[in-house]
Write a protein that binds this ligand. Structure first.
Ligand code: MBD
Ligand code: FE
Length: 284
């Protein structure tokens, strides 16, 4: 068999995601241990939920062993970031959102990589010479909750390519592709030129994909842009933007869509899709 590009594997992207998570933890400042009473309360509650599930579902030894094997494989395949971010992070985000004002947040997901190129607005995301996809121009303004523009705002963006692959997690995509920190102008305005991403499919050759298949669920996330939007003295928001009319918007496997986060780009007449989206940040 001849291929022109190495095909991304679940184990490859899984181990990259695990490595990225470890690296971020190692450099995280102010990370403190969780106090014992919280560990006890949260883990007791978690275990009680599992115990209750075993009783109500009358879980058998065969099923218990299948679960054990699955969890071992999740670790071996490096898929803990993927599994947790797909099935659990959205609820952690819901809880964080209880006291967050301004633009709605969404999950970070497993494919954030720090240390990307910083570009002044207007910016074109780093891309291959033959990058496929509909050109997209996303512009807007970053303001505080009173409507005051925020100079020095930064819009960090990362996304899949037109085939649904993320740089850093697929060997054929160059490092840093479709990732950047875009620095807004003195009025908090930004313009980012990129391409529209494709929907993302959980890899089927790893344990998370195997679980999804075994449960007869679907493995898709709708097409999305990931964003971290911050400004000096303001609470950084982690969010995602989606596309009106896109597939899987109502059945995101990661349950991370919100109606306020859906873009509706229009064709500028030259094949470029243009759309405005403003971000509202609250004080940190
Ligand atoms: C993604 O691209 C993503 O954003 C999440 C949350 C999980 C898996 C892949
Ligand atoms: Fe994503």
């Amino acid at each position: 068999m001849t291929t022109t590009q190495p095909s991304p594997t679940a184990a490859g992207s899984g181990s990259s995601a695990t490595e990225a998570f470890r690296a971020a933890r190692a450099t995280a400042s102010g990370t403190t241990g969780v106090p014992p009473e919280r560990v006890s309360a949260v883990v007791s509650s978690l275990l009680a939920g599992i115990h209750e599930t075993i009783r109500t579902e009358s879980v058998t030894y065969d099923e218990f062993r299948a679960a054990k094997q699955f969890l071992i494989e999740v670790g071996e395949g490096g898929e803990w970031p993927l599994l947790l971010d797909v099935f659990v992070e959205h609820v952690v985000e819901d809880v964080a959102a209880r006291d967050q004002h301004g633009t709605k947040g969404s999950i970070l997901g497993p494919y954030y990589l720090p240390g990307q190129l910083r570009l002044d607005s207007p910016a074109t995301l780093p891309r291959r010479a033959d990058e496929k996809g509909t050109p997209l121009a996303l512009s807007g303004q970053v303001r505080d909750t009173e409507g005051t523009p925020l100079p020095g705002a930064e819009v960090e963006i990362w996304q899949a390519d037109e085939q649904g692959y993320y740089s850093g997690f697929a060997p054929h995509v160059p490092d840093g592709n479709l990732r950047a920190v875009v620095v807004a102008d003195a009025d908090g305005r930004f313009e980012i030129r990129t391409i529209e991403p494709a929907p993302y499919r959980i890899p089927t050759d790893g344990p998370t994909g195997t679980l999804i298949e075994a449960a007869a669920w679907h493995p898709w996330r709708p097409a999305h842009l990931h964003l971290l939007v911050g400004a000096p003295g303001m609470r950084t928001i982690t969010t995602q933007l989606y596309f009106r009319g896109g597939e899987w918007l109502d059945s995101d496997v990661a349950s991370a869509t919100k109606p306020e986060l859906i873009l509706d780009p229009v064709d500028a007449g030259d094949g470029t899709h243009v759309v405005e989206y403003d971000f509202v940040l609250e004080r940190a």
